[in-house]
Design a protein around this ligand. Structure first.
Ligand code: SF4
Length: 683
């Protein structure tokens, strides 16, 4: 009787990119429990503490439930009509006075595919600009660029179940035990069943204790490390010559540059002992089915795309991609729908399905479906949007579900941008740091209140279903985009999420076979899926790669130093990242009393550095970079290498991103969160 009174809703977790299938049990409009679905394609009956218990935020008294408009006295509640009217007038004024490129939108990796599709359509069709981007800019844009250059498409190369067959795992710049716990557990299970493990990370992350070899490179030296590993593969004959002859290009150029990366020189640059480098290369090079899994420790660098390319070199040299002899190169996505937000074209240079806005054929297909012209030049990336706002060129900025003041680098510059922009719209669950700087704040729905789909880290579409209705006047992002379009005098079509995904399939043939109806029947479908009969392609490459010549492209890239290095003034290096009980800016997990497990932030430092600075465990320290300062309690731990510090960006009070710099990947503008020169002293 007790269970019979509960309503069950099958949905997909809205936290990290693993994509755990969950069963949400509700009673009288409240979540009673969340259980992992036994038949979830990735999670198979498992879920982590966030997916299971971090739902208390839904009924937080701090939830925004009415639109807010900035008056002289501050943000005040108004009706939806008044908020929408203000937005429509502001957008009209911006477009009329300065043209469509004076408007920009930052879409969200937490929003559904259908919402992302609708937002980019609004910007391109209604406003007439490609100024739309999403937060993958700040995390995995180098993975997308690097994998596209190497193999032709931006997704991870394989289905996660293939990892079960891997006999050597190379886990690089990722901490899946904390950031992607269900994947972390499956990787560990594989290791306990006999797979060899190489971990490359400056910190002693969770998996490092189980590693055959743990490489601890100095932050910012990945390209040298990967070139060093490739040098050993090549010089010790651990390459797949047949594969290199028929399915890859660029070997002569790579061979020439690798001559400059013998283990001894790599040891000098990276701090990794030559013997460890050779041991790691042999484990990867002698495995029958090696696998690479990487995270933001590879991407969030001045040369993040080069890092991805030189990492991909290893898989190509071994013929371990696009064959059954390996598990390619697979990025672990931090947020639930990072993959999907980019798949749907919430990017300034790419239409849905990764078609370039400059490609007249792809643009023509979109124009035919949308019935209007699409601009043919790239729009602004997120950092460029902030720069344009500061210079007065951007007149309206619409931010959907992103707390840019907490998560984007160099907070002071971000705040200046928001204060310089005449119209800032924030669509949010809570009065985040960003919402506090907005002119209009719109109450949005959470992932437990939405209908649509997400795409997880291994390219699987899965359904998202509402277990609850949004509180009071809060609306889904899908409904809000439609409402703003209507207030602006436009009709976006596709009135339901199911119709939006179906329309996306007409713009992007790679998704054409994926519909809500099929997902309701079949559960999960990976892309590419070009038609209704196609089962979806779990391994991205079969007999040819998606590059113009069908080959995998090796990359000859030199090591170049990071944007900042330690010096006499700023002798320590700060790395930022995540902890297991929290998610991104922490706006949801910090308000979920249901998982009050890690309630405050701290900065990790090695006991040797602590002794040098006369800091004891728990002391408050002032941390300063060239960009800003903050104070945090110190936690002494040997998990961190001497000379380095670590803190998260989960707590707005700790202002970690006041410290980080404006240095960004030279190809994609992804910020260099992983290397900031700092100094500290006890307060
Ligand atoms: Fe959600 Fe990721 Fe945890 Fe799975 S591992 S329950 S997707 S946060």
């Amino acid at each position: 009787t007790h269970l019979a009174s509960l309503t069950r809703t099958r949905t997909t977790c809205g936290y990290c990119g693993v994509g755990c299938a969950l069963e949400v049990l509700t009673r009288d409009g409240e979540v009673a429990a969340v259980r992992p679905a036994k038949d979830g394609p990735v999670n198979r009956g498992h879920a982590c503490v966030k997916g299971r218990f971090a739902h208390g935020f839904l009924r937080s008294p701090e939830r925004i439930t009415r639109p807010l408009l900035r008056r002289r006295s501050g943000l005040e509640p108004v009706s939806w009509d008044e908020a929408l009217d203000h937005i429509a007038r502001g957008l009209w004024a911006a477009v009329n006075e300065a043209g469509p490129d004076a408007v920009a939108a930052i879409s969200s990796a937490r929003a559904t595919n259908e919402e992302n599709y609708l937002i980019q359509k609004f910007m391109r069709v209604v406003i007439g600009t490609n100024n739309v981007d999403n937060c993958s800019r700040l995390c995995h844009s180098p993975s997308a660029a690097g994998l596209t250059a190497a193999f032709g498409l931006s997704g991870g190369t394989d289905a996660f179940e293939d990892v079960e067959r891997a006999d050597c795992l190379l886990v690089v710049g990722a901490n899946p035990v904390e950031a992607h716990p269900v994947v972390g557990a499956r990787l560990l299970q594989r290791v306990l069943r006999g797979a060899r493990l190489v971990v490359a990370d400056p910190r002693a992350v969770g998996l490092a204790g189980y590693a055959d070899v743990h490489l601890r490179p100095r932050p910012g030296t990945n390209v040298a490390l990967f070139n060093g590993l490739a040098n050993v593969l090549l010089t010790q004959g651990m390459v797949d010559e047949e594969f290199l002859r028929h399915r890859a290009s660029g070997l002569p150029e790579l061979t020439a540059i690798l001559a400059g990366y013998p283990p001894d020189r790599v040891a000098e640059i990276t701090g990794v002992p030559a013997a460890d480098l050779i041991a790691a290369a042999r484990l990867y090079g002698q495995a029958k089915r090696p696998a690479i899994v990487h995270g933001l420790g590879v991407t969030e660098h001045l040369h993040g795309t080069d890092g991805v390319r030189t990492l991909a070199n290893l898989a190509i040299l071994r013929g371990a991609v696009g064959t059954d002899r390996g598990f390619g190169v697979n990025p672990l996505r931090g947020q639930n729908n990072v993959q999907g937000a980019s798949d749907m074209g919430a990017l300034p240079d790419l239409l849905p399905g990764y078609n370039r806005v400059t490609d007249s054929v792809a643009r023509g297909r979109a124009e035919q479906v949308w019935g209007t012209e699409v601009p043919d030049h790239d729009g602004l990336r997120i950092p460029q949007m902030f720069a344009a706002a500061r210079s007065g060129d951007l007149r309206a900025l619409w931010i959907i579900g992103e707390d840019v003041c907490a998560t984007d680098p160099d907070t002071n510059q971000v705040i200046e941008a928001l204060e310089s922009c005449p119209l800032v719209i924030s669509q949010e669950l809570f009065l985040s740091e960003t919402a506090r700087h907005a002119d209009v704040v719109l109450p949005a729905a959470s992932w437990l209140e939405k209908d649509g789909t997400f795409v997880n880290f291994d390219r699987r579409f899965q359904r998202v279903r509402p277990a609850l209705v949004p509180p009071d006047q809060a609306r889904t992002d899908f409904a809000i985009v439609h409402a703003i379009a209507a207030a602006y005098g436009a009709d976006l079509g596709c009135p339901t999420p199911a119709e939006a995904l179906a329309e996306c399939g007409r713009v992007a043939p790679v998704f054409a076979g994926i519909t809500h109806q099929r997902l309701d029947r079949e559960g999960a479908i990976p892309w590419p899926c070009p038609n209704a009969e196609h089962p979806g392609q779990a391994r991205l490459y079969l007999d040819r790669f998606a590059t113009p010549d069908g080959l995998a492209h090796l990359a000859a890239r030199p090591y170049l130093p990071p944007g900042e290095s330690p010096d006499d003034d700023y002798p320590l290096i700060l790395i930022t990242g995540r902890r297991w009980a929290h998610y991104n800016s922490g706006n949801m997990t910090r308000r979920s009393g249901t998982i009050d497990l890690d309630p405050s932030d701290h900065i990790d430092m090695h006991p040797a550095d602590a002794a040098h600075h006369a800091v004891r465990d728990g002391d408050t320290v002032l941390v300063e970079s060239r960009h800003g300062r903050t104070t945090l309690p110190a936690r002494l731990t040997e998990e961190i290498t001497p000379g380095q510090l670590f803190c998260t960006f989960h707590f707005s009070s700790s202002r970690a991103n006041a410290l980080t710099s404006g240095h960004a990947d030279t190809v994609t503008s992804c910020p260099e969160y992983k290397v900031t020169a700092v100094r500290l002293r006890r307060t």
